[in-house]
Write a protein that binds this ligand. Sequence first.
Ligand code: GLS
Length: 798
Amino acid sequence: MARDDMPQSDFRDAILWHLAYTLGKDPDHAQVFDWRLALSHAVRDRIVDRWMAATRATYRADAKRVYYLSMEFLIGRLLQDNIVNLQLADEAQAAVESFGLDYAGLLLDEPDAALGNGGLGRLAACFMESLATLGCPAYGYGIRYEHGLFRQSFAEGRQVEAPEDWLEQPFVWQFERPEARFTLGFGGRVATRDGRAVWEPESFVQAEAFDTPVIGWRGAWANTLRLWAGRAVDPFDLDRFNAGDFAAAVEAEALARTISRVLYPEDSTEKGKRLRLTQEYFFSAASIRDILRRFEADHADLRLLPQKVAIQLNDTHPAIAGPELVRILHDERGLPFDEAVGITRGCVNYTNHTLLPEALESWGEGLFADLLPRHLQIIDRIDEADAKAHPDRRNTARGDGKVRMGELSFILSNRVNGVSALHTGLMKTTVFADQHRIWPDRIVNQTNGVTPRRWLLGCNPRLSRLIAQTIGDGWVGDLEQLHALEPHVADAGWLDAFAAVKAANKADLCDWIAREHGVALNPQALFDVQIKRIHEYKRQHLNILEAIALWQEMRENPSADWTARVKIFGGKAAPGYFFAKDIIRLINDVAAVINADAATNEKLQILYLPNYNVTLAERLIPAADLSEQISTAGKEASGTGNMKFALNGAPTIGTLDGANVEIRELVGAENFFLFGLTAEEAEARRAVPDHAARAIAADPRLTRAVEAIRSGTFSPGEPDRYANIVENLTRADYFLVASDFADYWRAQREVDFAYANRTEWTRMAALNVARSGWFSSDRTIRGYMQDIWNAKSLLGQE
Ligand code: GLS
């Protein structure tokens, strides 16, 4: 094949063409890596025309565009996702196998882009995919971190963090845009000229754009994920270099690149804080400039902005986008201040993702004034105007020497939303009660969702095939069609097929775990899975306490008819969150002791898989029997893992928290293992003196389990290793582990009993699938389009 007859049709030729002309490799010497890149290029080619058609259609229609600003996009691997959405799977597999290569191995060769911490970042990725599926013209804006979330391993049970390096390999999906650069200022002072404020920054960096197309289901539409990288205005100082000061010659570049170097640097130090706020301003300000550039290319009247632009703040991290827009409209474009604020409010919306006080961002005013002096003035002016209009207002964006980003986001937004019904309700009565009183229409709910393309069709091909054989494939683009499975749940033959899918998925997982981790699991056992960030409120320690109590009871009563269980954990702790790291170590220590106990290990095994990420989730969820969603009620804003498990046929054991409430309503109370205090009861329980000590004293199992930890059963060489955990559990126990233990134990034994009746269990699992269609992120995005953005689909107009 020659250079210029680039194949359009034959996929096999396209791969060979890219191997030769994009990668410069002879097929005889190509490695898996080269083949994977060649395949990715061939897939990318199929995206580009649709991507450009979508962009052209948006310009033609002068349509309103949605801008999703997020510090995190946890996109994971993209090759399989793109293949699935382009419906190229069969073709791609046949082509790859024709070269004598292993198709699954090739897909897995791609690094997992961990540009997020957890649910919030993964939600943003699901939303991007649904926006494309629905044909809503949209851009995602974020940061192109050189290092995503750290890589986790364990040393003697302890979490060890290593840098993540996804960009060590070429990232095929992105297009560098050296022409799309903005220079951003930091620090300095605010001067007054002709009666107008003029910000005179002290230092400057450039934001450079990297675009990744995001293709929707069936390739109908494609949007852009634009990630910003930091670079110096003058990257190289030749004079210094010539003077022999080589390090100083590139210092500006090193500093500028620091901004996009890592996801979430530690913010426990002043330095870390400054970098974090710098990152937030960096990507927000670059995005606002880009949005205005696109708008002003076609419109002269800035007052039209709210008709053409909807900006969504994914949590408060991009909150500074509001004051930045006000600043540009007022200081640079000369609109009256109130009008600038009004236009900004017409465009901006804010999603709150947590009510945990420690996660609500605020910045010391010293730091803020130092970095963003003009923005501070603007925030004060908006606050003052609000105070005049609403003299009874208590919560303001400024106060106690802090700039509060939640308040700031609220007052500059048209709509503010929570992410589950319960969470939205709590927003109105707790953190935002004051604002809600004044602006009762501003808070709306949009319960989270997950994309069925990745979280069912892509990750669970066996179940997808069974569903397609049963009800056709319309469900992929319209997940509510899963309801049509319900009548089949009564059919014993169909249920057997459903059970066989789960069994095969579990067998696959067992093979992989044996290969990668050298552990043999009992595939007949119930696979009980808790995968998520490690946090006290998510209560992995409740889960491990129950495991300890179960082990103790099994040892006491070895001949009883115990349901065999494998408890699987996965998740990372923030590097500076020592309590969470203790929980990780405790789980690993407990696992070592219990797994080594020949008296019980046929019935109970515990496994903590390191480096939980999107790829591991895609492996585990299809093979799970039970989904652990056991947060203290009122603390998990929504959860999205809970939806993925239900959709893949794993019933939930859970509290009435976040979206669990809605999952239970939809799948039916009889197909959900409920336990624990409600959010209201939890609040009340905290007020009871010694609630933890009392709960422990009242429950001999819990007493014994806590005592085993305290006395060093799992850390014999260092009995007080978990003194901190024991102290917390027995005294403060803010997250009510002790108070919920007895009911959790009861619900777990109900699970044991239910699992023993395999037909009934399979029915329950299948009903979870049939009734989870509402949790598609397509439904969520439709809600945002209608209730928040007033944006329209352009499908069919490309
Ligand atoms: C989170 C919440 O903790 C999750 O409950 C929620 O599902 C997710 C997406 O809305 O947002 N908030 C947060 O700061 N990280 C999250 O994962």
